[in-house]
Design a protein around this ligand. Structure first.
Ligand SMILES: NC(=O)c1ccc[n+]([C@@H]2O[C@H](COP(=O)([O-])OP(=O)(O)OC[C@H]3O[C@@H](n4cnc5c(N)ncnc54)[C@H](OP(=O)(O)O)[C@@H]3O)[C@@H](O)[C@H]2O)c1
Length: 263
């Protein structure tokens, strides 16, 4: 099948999956982290056997780094400066997410993640990587990013939004990791900084990262990935927020789930 056709089918397939994923996750949060053992219950069997959580993160996120790099390298514009710069942006996030974040997170002793979660994530991360990497470096599939693009307000604005999101996401992840000492397994109310406004500033940062990417690449692939991220993480933010309110009677009442003052 021609690459154009594969691109089109993948893009439309993921677009149609967005409302389905959003609807399912609103009712049934993915069974990892705090939503795995709701009130002591085990995740349903169909989520599959558990694998160590650190390995699950490496397994599910590394295709977004390695797969993306391979697909990008196959393109005829892979050595051009602007696509290379955009590759660097992407990898600045995904090398961290795939190989640094899993080592730094404070995993509960013995915690596992059901196999179905990394398996589904591998498939969707490869699809997203194909769409975005080929947009950058395959001239049959994406726009031409020549050096004039570096001065375009969409590129400059997109990079700034990406950088802001990157900072928020990393800082929030680090503050959450600091809530547990090594070997601890409980949860605490996060305090300070953006946590005073929302329960999930890490997801807010993620939304800004991919908004910045969509603007800086000004591409259907970038826009789709933003929509995909929102479809996954808005329901999870709402579920996390509900969970905090259920677990902690003293949870700050004015805190929102993910968008300050709004949601
Ligand atoms: N692009 C995407 O679609 C996508 C999808 C998923 C995740 N992500 C990103 O991946 C990162 C992690 O996501 P996540 O869903 O695992 O985030 P999370 O639920 O906030 O958990 C992050 C880490 O902090 C721990 N933690 C969270 N709240 C805590 C608390 N109150 N007290 C003590 N420890 C706490 C968690 O432990 P437990 O695991 O034990 O709960 C986990 O190790 C985020 O930056 C997120 O944006 C991106």
């Amino acid at each position: 099948m021609a690459a154009e056709r594969v691109f089109e089918l993948t893009w439309w397939g993921m677009l149609l999956a967005c409302p389905v994923v959003f609807g399912v996750l609103l009712r049934l949060p993915a069974a990892y982290g705090r939503h795995k053992n709701v009130q002591g219950a085990q995740p349903a069997r169909w989520w599959g056997p558990g694998i160590p959580t650190r390995w699950a993160w490496i397994l599910m996120e590394s295709p977004s780094s390695i797969g993306f790099a391979v697909i990008f390298a196959l393109g005829d514009r892979a050595l051009e400066p602007v696509p290379l710069l955009l590759l660097l942006m992407w990898q600045s996030h995904y090398v961290q997410r795939s190989f640094v974040y899993p080592l730094r997170m404070r995993v509960r002793p013995g915690d596992t993640t059901p196999l179905l979660i990394p398996l589904l994530a591998i498939v969707t991360n490869l699809a997203v990587s194909f769409l975005n990497a080929s947009t950058l470096s395959w001239s049959r599939l994406g726009p031409v990013y020549d050096s004039a693009w570096l001065g375009d307000p969409r590129f400059v604005g997109g990079v700034l939004v990406f950088a802001l999101g990157y900072h928020i996401n990393r800082k929030a992840d680090a503050m959450l990791a600091a809530l547990r000492r090594p070997g601890e397994s409980g949860y605490r109310i996060p305090r300070g900084w953006l946590f005073e406004r929302v329960s999930c500033p890490n997801y807010l940062g993620e939304f800004l990262i991919w908004s910045g990417w969509a603007i800086a690449t000004w591409s259907p692939a970038g826009a789709l990935f933003l929509l995909w991220t929102l479809s996954n993480l808005v329901p999870r933010a709402l579920a996390n927020h509900r969970w905090y309110r259920t677990m902690f009677a003293e949870y700050p009442p004015r805190r929102r789930a993910v968008i300050p003052y709004l949601l």
